[in-house]
Design a protein around this ligand. Structure first.
Ligand SMILES: NC(=O)c1ccc[n+]([C@@H]2O[C@H](COP(=O)([O-])OP(=O)(O)OC[C@H]3O[C@@H](n4cnc5c(N)ncnc54)[C@H](O)[C@@H]3O)[C@@H](O)[C@H]2O)c1
Length: 303
């Protein structure tokens, strides 16, 4: 049994979607939770649903992305519950456009919420957890788009790739303090994904009570927010004290370990390469099998 009683958590963007499922899962395993959202209405409803189920939660409505917002969240956990043990940096938005149409505002809004929101909240949490002693758990939220790139998602892919890089960096910096840092890479039916054309009919059927087909749950690793949420109490538990610096995929019936970027092929030239020798050697040596880009299209079986 995973028991998080006595532990306090902050989950950003937890008024709905995946964040709500993470907050509920933490509370169901005994943690006290600060529910954060930019939308005070859904944050309040989330707290009611958690307390109605016998859990402990309070709402702190603020837009993450600044040091002030991060301090408010950490201070609220300490004021209400006396400590902070778990932070999940989940808040996020999309502003999808191809590169040549993306505005500075589109870029800044996504980078501020995801990348700066994750940085500022994790920094405030790390300061508190290091002072407190006894370790802690930082769970950052990546995306397949950040791992592989995705058409129309310059801003989002950059932010999510940056978040995976920060998880690897912070896992080293915070190891001595016993604070684990991982990036989870969820895939689930939420407001963010219900418009993906290949998934839309199945999500609608699911909302009407039909189960998601196996090709989605296993093949695509796509399911409900609750399917993803199981990872959060696990990572916050004693059973995962040695799990750090990883990017962990979760969705439907599937859990995966993402590889980290690494050099996969090398070629050598005595004394160094020249443009001409590279041109000669490229297609038969390191460039012979280029890496793929993008998220593979879902393999929907023929009807
Ligand atoms: N749904 C998926 O399949 C999927 C896949 C990969 C990654 N993710 C990531 O998971 C996270 C949650 O996604 P979701 O699908 O549940 O999205 P969602 O849109 O359903 O929920 C996001 C929540 O964050 C809140 N929010 C937005 N900006 C905020 C801010 N500045 N401060 C506080 N709260 C803010 C929103 O109000 C909303 O309640 C995001 O980081 C997203 O990028 C989701």
């Amino acid at each position: 049994m995973i028991d998080l009683s006595g532990k306090a958590a902050v989950v950003t963007g937890s008024g709905r979607g995946l964040g709500l499922a993470y907050a509920r899962a933490l509370a169901a395993h005994g943690a006290s939770v600060v529910v954060n959202d930019i939308d005070a209405g859904v944050a309040g409803e989330a707290v009611e649903s958690i307390t109605g189920a016998g859990g402990t939660a309070v709402a702190e409505a603020v837009a993450v992305g600044t040091a002030e917002a991060a301090d408010r969240l950490v201070n609220r956990a300490v004021a209400e519950f006396g400590r902070l043990d778990i932070l999940v940096t989940n808040a996020g938005i999309l502003r999808d456009k191809v590169l040549w149409k993306m505005t500075d505002d589109d870029f800044d809004a996504v980078l501020t919420t995801h990348l700066k929101g994750t940085f500022t909240c994790a920094r405030a949490a790390a300061v508190r957890m290091r002072e407190q002693g006894g370790g802690g758990t930082l769970i950052l939220v990546g995306s397949p788009a950040g791992q592989r790139g995705n058409f129309g998602q310059t801003n989002y892919a950059a932010a999510k790739a940056g978040i995976a890089a920060m998880a690897r960096t912070w896992s080293m910096e915070l190891a001595r303090a016993g604070i684990t840092v991982n990036a989870i890479v969820p895939v689930a039916a939420t407001a963010m994904t219900e418009t993906i054309p290949a998934f839309a009919p199945y999500i609608e059927a699911m909302r009407n009570g039909a189960p998601l087909p196996g090709f989605l749950r296993k093949g695509e690793g796509f399911g409900t927010p609750e399917d993803c949420a199981v990872l959060v109490p696990f990572l916050a538990s004693e059973a995962a004290r040695d799990v750090t610096g990883q990017c962990i995929g979760i969705g439907g019936d599937r859990v995966t370990l993402w590889s980290h970027p690494r050099e996969v092929r090398a070629a050598y030239a005595d004394g160094g390469w020249r443009p001409e020798t590279l041109a000669e050697a490229w297609h038969t040596s390191v460039g012979a099998e280029p890496e793929t880009v993008g998220i593979p299209a879902p393999r929907v079986p023929e009807a």
